[in-house]
Ligand binder design. Structure first.
Ligand code: FES
Length: 360
């Protein structure tokens, strides 16, 4: 039955448009769009990104793969067609999501890819269209779009269609401001269901946490929860934190004033804001020093210590670690008063100074 449905031409496109309309309608009815913080430039970028992705980037990648495949390995064209649908689907979707987990994680840990993914995290509110908010080049380099094209060449069109429908439903749902999982956390009967479900698929609570501004809010983990469709990769690679709450604040710690053109067309268009990662003048300086810094802490208050050595607010984190493998260290003031925190970033007792700097 499902297989037959998937043979309808462009069925996946109709479904994806239907899913977007569904979430758009519900967000509108809930009044979210009326209270939206989004500026005109945000809408232009998000809609443009969605349209270009489906009508330009994906067709170009499919074209390149089909031309290359037909020349180099013509005997493999449609070679997977005879395989059982369920096995082909599982193979396609698990590989797709595994590739996307690592691409997404790498985008958070390397400077150039971070600049292409940064538009996604600049959004200060969640919403169905945030799913498509990335630089043009981010999508062109996305390995799982190339994987989709390879599977299509090998004859897995039905598996791709089903995968696209399910994946978009989960991804758009996890970005939406609707938080469909919220009632599950507040109902004792429904709680076990969401506890199992969140261990398999990415839920709004799981993904909203990834968009939270900083770990000072315990519902936020912008340095984890990289999964797209499944949360299993985050659990396997130890980057998962499960939440039953949602961040108070979304977006980046450092606010910059960027035109949408720089956000979407980086590196071809640069930002005029010198504090922005997308400006020509932007440079991440090493702000660590060969000594400690005495700071005044308050008992019971939480702080984020900078471990990357790039913060402009040493010894505390200001979000400059994005695009590196470093993460801030969260700690709580044990007493009120002056405390020496490490600023050489070599301490073995982070965030406190252990005099390692004396041997540097
Ligand atoms: S700025 Fe966040 S860890 Fe250094």
């Amino acid at each position: 039955m499902i297989e037959k449905l998937l043979t309808i031409e462009n069925i996946d496109v109709y479904f994806v448009i239907g899913i977007i309309l569904f979430f758009s309608l519900l967000e509108s009815i809930s009044g979210f769009l009326k209270n939206s913080k989004r500026a005109k430039g945000d809408w232009i970028q998000e809609i443009m990104s969605f349209v270009v992705l489906g009508n330009l980037i994906k067709p170009i990648i499919v074209f390149v793969i089909f031309i290359t495949g037909t020349h180099l390995i013509p005997q493999y064209n449609n070679s997977l067609e005879s395989y059982p649908f369920i096995a082909l689907f599982a193979f396609y979707i698990l590989t797709d999501d595994f590739l996307q987990y690592w691409y997404h994680r790498t985008a958070h840990e390397t400077p150039f890819l971070w600049k292409l993914h940064r538009p996604h995290h600049q959004a200060e509110e969640m919403g169905y269209f945030v799913s498509y908010r990335n630089a043009l080049l981010y999508y062109l380099l996305m390995p799982n779009i190339w994987w989709v094209a390879i599977i299509l060449f090998l004859g897995g069109a039905k598996a791709v269609a089903l995968g696209l429908i399910l994946k978009q439903f989960i991804i758009i749902g996890s970005h939406s401001r609707l938080k469909w999982d919220k009632p599950f956390y507040s109902n004792a009967t429904l709680l076990p269901i969401i506890k199992v479900l969140e261990r398999i698929i990415v839920t709004p609570a799981f993904h909203h946490s990834h968009h939270g501004t900083s770990q000072l809010d315990s519902a936020s983990d912008p340095n984890g929860n990289f999964g797209n469709m499944f949360s299993i990769w985050d659990q396997i690679f130890r980057t998962a934190t499960f939440q039953n709450r949602y961040p108070k604040e979304y977006g980046l710690q450092q606010k910059t004033n960027d035109p949408w053109t720089a956000s979407y067309f980086y590196p071809f268009v640069k930002s005029p804001d010198p504090k922005s990662d997308w400006s020509i003048a932007y440079e991440k300086l090493n702000t660590s020093t060969k000594d400690s810094i005495s700071v005044s802490l308050t008992k019971g208050k939480n702080y984020l210590w900078c471990s990357c050595g790039r913060s402009n607010n040493q010894p505390f984190c200001d979000g400059s670690h994005h695009g590196t493998k470093f993460k801030p260290v969260k700690f709580s003031g044990k007493r009120t008063g002056e405390i020496k925190l490490c600023n050489c970033k070599k301490t073995k007792k982070s965030p406190f100074c252990d005099d390692t700097h004396l041997n540097l």
